[in-house]
Design a protein around this ligand. Structure first.
Ligand code: PEP
Ligand code: MN
Length: 339
């Protein structure tokens, strides 16, 4: 409260707290009085008090991310993707083309990914593109091809769900539902996947803070779906040389502040094929629970994101190097501390 706040103003604040079913604790100080709220299950919006006469500031003590934060849930979440565990200290590779383009392209990509030993295959059927004139994905036909890949290879499918209308169809094929960066704050879509039980890969919006990412994940967890993986895919900064600025510190911060696994996506992070491997390796060293990279049998002929796709050779080399780093990492307790 303001140092000149009157008794009546303090009483009005207490009444508003108590009318909401919580307890007001008046704490008189040397120069001003504070009123602490207790008994609240969730955070209380500061706007409910900031406009009241005599109120000078509201300080949040309750963590609004009560389901996502590690403080409230110290045990790390393990995400089970049809028998493959993400978050157990290993580094999972997710790879595949940006978009599914044809049967031949999908199968050739899947062969490359399976041959590397990776168990998770990525590929978009519904592509959210910046321009309405760009390739939008093969949609339902793309889902069918992903289903064929799933039957043919020992691979789990990671694919984007762009809206609630197509969620049923995507979920029939997806082992992991990807929420793209552009949809990180699409709250009706977050609620829709929160009601499902398929694991979700939630990508950080290009203009979103980590706290906003955590709150987006909180939507999903609060509706009952606890199988959430967070993904750093680069943010928009003043730098123009790279597609985005790949925020490696996000990997460390996510692991520190939450119990959810974190996947790094250096492909969208830098957007330049030759720059992807060093960033991918840096992400492994930083402690990522997995790395998702775009690979294409012929990057120069890709219908989307060809400039950042790895060639089959570059991809195979990267997987070998990442495996070496993951083995090194497992011996460094400071990178992935025990539970
Ligand atoms: C993608 O994974 O191909 C994609 C569209 O990513 P983002 O949502 O991060 O841009
Ligand atoms: Mn892409």
């Amino acid at each position: 409260m303001h140092r000149n706040a009157t008794e009546a103003q303090i009483d009005a604040v207490c009444k508003r707290i108590e009318d909401a079913g919580n307890t007001a604790n008046v704490l008189p100080g040397a120069t001003r009085t504070a009123v602490a709220i207790t008994g609240n299950e969730t955070g209380i919006a500061a706007e409910r008090f900031l406009g009241m006469p005599g109120v000078i500031d509201c300080v949040a003590v309750t963590n609004a991310c009560r389901l996502v934060s590690r403080e409230m849930h110290p045990q790390r979440t393990l995400v089970d993707v049809r028998g493959v565990t993400i978050g157990d200290g290993n580094c999972t590779t997710i790879a595949g083309p940006c978009a599914i383009e044809s049967r031949d392209q999908a199968f050739r990509s899947a062969e490359i990914v399976a041959a590397s030993g990776a168990k998770l295959f990525r590929g978009g059927a519904f592509k959210p593109r910046t321009s309405p004139y760009s390739f939008q994905g093969l949609k339902h036909e793309g889902l069918k091809l992903l289903d064929d890949v799933k039957r043919e290879f020992d691979l789990r499918i990671v694919t984007e769900v762009r809206d609630s209308e197509t969620l049923d169809a995507v979920e029939l094929v997806a082992d992991v539902l990807q929420i793209g960066a552009r949809n990180m704050q699409n709250y009706s879509l977050l609620e829709a996947v929160g009601k499902r039980r398929t694991p979700v890969l939630l990508k950080r919006g290009a203009g979103c803070t980590l706290n906003e990412l955590f709150l987006a994940a909180e939507y999903i967890l609060s509706l009952g779906n606890k199988q959430v993986i967070l993904c750093e895919r680069g943010i928009r900064t003043f730098e123009t040389m790279t597609r985005n600025t790949f925020d490696i510190s996000a990997i460390v911060m996510i692991r520190h502040h939450t119990h959810l696994p974190v996947i790094a996506d250096p492909s969208h992070g830098v957007g330049i094929g030759w720059a992807v491997p060093p960033m991918a390796k840096a992400a492994v060293v930083a402690g990522a629970d997995g790395v998702m990279v775009e690979v294409h049998p012929q990057p120069w002929s890709a219908l989307s994101d060809g400039q950042q796709a790895l060639t089959p050779e570059a991809y195979a080399q990267l997987v070998r190097e990442m495996n070496e780093l993951a083995a090194w990492r497992s011996k460094q307790p400071t990178v992935i501390p025990a539970q």
